[in-house]
Design a protein. Sequence first.
Length: 407
Amino acid sequence: MRKFLAALLTLCLALTLVAPIAMAEEKVTITFAFWDTNQEPGMKAIAEAYMAEHPNVTVETQVTPWSEYWTKLEAAAQGGALPDVFWMHSNQFFKYVSAGMLLDLTDLNLDYTPYPEGITALYHYEDKQWAVPKDYDTIALAYNKELFDKAGIAYPDDTWTWDTLRETAKKLTDAENGIYGFGAPNDTQSGYYNFVYQNGGFIFEDGKSGFDQEATQEAIQTWADLMLKDGVSPSLESFTDMGNDDQFQAGKVAMVFVGSWMMSAYTNNEFIKDKFDVAVLPQGKQRASIYNGLGYSGAYNTANPEIVKDFIAFCGSEQANILQAQNKAAIPAYKGTEHYFTDLFTNLNIACYTEMIEYGVQFPFSPNKSLWEGTETELMTSAYTGEMTFAEACNQLHETITEIEEE
């Protein structure tokens, strides 16, 4: 990462001259990049609404799959050719803002009170704002009603605990026929992070790692045991071939933890759309659901900074939030517009997602997270495969994080 930052800082100094800001009467084209095809209709609706109000501006939308998005964006940054406007994720924010790659949005003078405070804060750095909140998400328990009905089991509700989840998953597992009760992959936001905070542990707070905490290690072990000990989850190798969401949508897994951003995909899937529902997460020692949110950022060297700022401000407006909600993009960040999203899912308990924000836990963030999140995945994978215990993996990760954060 340090080489990346150094290269981009050099580029910033070299590219001090940009094209003159386009006047309102000139024809201008700006690019708008994001990674989720399920949200493409919503983003296009926002772009079209803006263009209707600004006929001399063309907004070109560019969708790139998540698996390629950040590689493509980094290459564009190094080449001085970032999209004018693009989605930003909390995990990647510090990398780009510290390298000077983002457009300062502080002078937009937006009223940020309608947005969740935690989401706005994610993209605040050195007393400046570098992204406007787009949405927020929480994690819920999705379940296959058909499999529950077949087994004669009552649907999940807010009385469920970890024990209820485990025992029900055992009853629903039919490994011989390739059906598992629950999906417990090596995943953070939609996985063991929720268990950690429900158990009273933490991942990263106040500049410190929580991976050395007993409560954290106990929670991660309990999550992994659903696969390794209880046998109610597909194997790690299985998730490599077919992701947790895909296995659920194919009817191979009866229950999964799932983010609200997947509801569009689930409800557009002909096989699963009428067979599933969602409920609040089962609780451990306490209730918790990881929440996060994306932001709209601009390129530091855009040729049209004022137009880019104006478009980003529009993206954060009540009107744009309603548009993305009406197109099933995500739960909008703007307070009071959430129902435009939830009202579309009349056959689902979709309101559980907004309910859980009351006890939601912000997706753990550190400015240096990009330096250790890869190590986290590697160490947890080693624990899943038996190369080390989960306690050993957690302790080693704690040491790695501590060393990085103290540099």
